[in-house]
Design a protein around this ligand. Structure first.
Ligand SMILES: Cc1cc2nc3c(=O)[nH]c(=O)nc-3n(C[C@H](O)[C@H](O)[C@H](O)COP(=O)(O)OP(=O)(O)OC[C@H]3O[C@@H](n4cnc5c(N)ncnc54)[C@H](O)[C@@H]3O)c2cc1C
Length: 451
């Protein structure tokens, strides 16, 4: 046997590599893209990781627990989340963020100033700058200096088999077409989902198939193909994270914190079309269905200031994508919206914020009325990543169609079934990184326990 564990995919999978090495195992990470530190989904993310009941929350006086988190997951997914995966991840979440600080040495902090749709407690943990590139770099630095972990890149996992001794074998392919077989006690599929495969997206996610894909080009569905070739079962392949706040000009994420702080999402005419606070994921398909398939986020100076701590938001501002005006009439002129429609929407939602009116779409969360000067950013909908994948148990073991574990095969992140149920609406902030890092971590724990 060459190593104990092969981790395919150097995104969230690195958490599994580090955990396995910490537990005394030898690990080989194989990564298809030598530029993964800038190109995979973990690096593109806003680094928001839920941790329910963490010491950071206790220090900030936030009352939270895995049970409370599970209640939120059940509500957002209408009870459709895989119960074993959701329970395992909610339970490990606080331990995970503390482990990132204590073992990986990351300056984890509670994002105590922001609310996210569907989370009843402030439970997002992040890093200064709030960007996934910092998170991934921290994981990669820890991997590079660990003498039990080797990284092979670029090298694509193309198949998993069983070697003569009954161990797993991972077949990797190099860019020149050469192949190599590596034997290991186990393989962790951490290769993300199938967002970059247009045919798979069209067949499983037709409602979002025509919008921009804003995720890793390497998410080609390799885990699905490899897992299915071994008899693995799949689940929730219709689940995805969409986003309705990608800047049309900068192609960078305008944080939904703008909305949770009181911003409106309107169409080209300046008209709202729903309760924005239900969630950014399901809002992608709603925005796609508006005339022209685009719209505007309308905010004010207070929100603009508050969001400056987000790297992505700063990038949007610095790109010149934000239009500013002292009056709504001027803002309408600068954006092509109808002044009367926009003014009516902003005036009505201000009355909702003051408790003087009910919103026609049922929005109750409006932090404060918008005040001049106003800003607007043109936004387009996007698909960020797919959420469904290989069925796994609470240890991240891949299951066959009869529900039994396929020995020595684990899956995490976008490769696995996830915790978002079906469709777009079950996506809660953090449902991407928690399964990515958390399932990888749980896989390593399980492999160590079965040594
Ligand atoms: C703009 C943006 C913001 C986001 N913000 C958040 C957030 O704040 N919180 C949150 O929870 N989620 C967020 N997400 C979602 C989150 O980024 C993903 O769900 C998560 O990073 C997925 O991790 P992963 O390890 O599965 O995939 P990745 O991080 O994409 O890693 C997979 C790796 O596998 C490699 N690979 C692919 N195929 C192979 C193969 N066959 N062999 C070897 N290597 C292979 C890829 O090159 C890649 O490096 C965001 C997504 C986007 C796009």
């Amino acid at each position: 046997m060459d190593v104990d564990l092969v981790v395919a995919g150097a995104g969230g999978g690195l958490a599994g590599a580090l955990r396995a090495a910490q537990l005394g195992m030898d690990v080989l990470v194989v990564e298809a893209d030598e530029h993964h530190l800038r190109s995979n989904n973990t690096s593109m993310s806003t680094a928001m990781i839920p941790g329910a009941g963490s010491r950071y929350q206790r220090a900030a006086g936030v009352d939270d627990s895995p049970e409370r988190f599970l209640t939120d997951i059940a509500a957002k997914t209408r009870g459709q989340a895989d119960p074993r995966v959701a329970t395992a991840l909610a339970t490990v979440s606080a331990q995970l963020v503390e482990w990132l600080a204590d073992h990986v040495g990351m300056p984890i902090e509670l994002a105590g100033d922001v609310d996210y749709p569907g989370h009843s407690a402030r439970r997002m943990h992040t890093l200064p700058g709030r960007h996934g590139s910092v998170l991934l770099q921290g994981l990669a630095d820890a991997v590079r200096t660990h003498d039990r972990i080797d990284l092979l890149a670029p090298a694509r996992l193309v198949a998993v088999g069983i070697d003569r001794a009954g161990d797993r074998s991972a077949v990797v392919e190099y860019p020149d077409g050469r192949r190599e077989e590596i034997s290991a006690r186990a393989v962790l599929l951490a290769t993300n989902g199938f967002g970059a495969d247009p045919d798979l997206v069209r067949s499983h996610l037709p409602e979002i198939a025509d919008v921009d894909y804003h995720g890793s080009a390497q998410s080609r569905g390799d885990a699905l193909r490899i897992g299915e070739s071994l008899g693995a079962a799949t689940g929730c392949l219709d689940a995805y994270q969409g986003h309705a706040a990608v800047s049309a000009a900068a192609r960078t994420l305008v944080t939904w914190t703008t909305v949770m702080q009181g911003a409106l999402v309107v169409d080209r005419e300046g008209r709202r079309f729903g309760d924005e606070t239900v969630g950014y994921s399901e809002y992608a398909a709603l925005l796609a269905a508006r005339p022209g398939g685009c719209g505007w986020i309308v905010l004010d100076e207070r929100i603009n200031e508050l969001c400056r701590s987000f790297t992505d938001f700063r990038d949007v501002v610095d790109s010149g994508a934000v239009r500013t005006a002292d009056t709504l009439g001027e803002l309408a002129e600068r954006t092509g919206m109808s002044a009367s429609v926009l003014t009516a929407e902003v005036t009505t939602i201000a009355a909702v914020a003051r408790g003087e009116a009910l919103d026609k779409y049922g929005r109750t969360h409006v932090a404060a009325p918008l005040a001049p000067p106003y800003h607007a950013v043109e936004v387009v909908p996007a698909l960020f990543h797919t959420q469904g994948g290989l069925l796994v148990d609470q240890h991240a073991q891949v299951l066959d169609t009869g529900g039994a574990p396929l020995g020595g095969l684990y899956a995490s992140g976008g490769a696995a079934v996830g915790m978002s149920g079906h469709g777009a609406a079950g996506y809660l902030a953090g449902n991407g990184l928690l399964p990515a890092l958390g399932l990888a971590h749980l896989a390593a724990d399980h492999l160590a326990a079965t040594a």
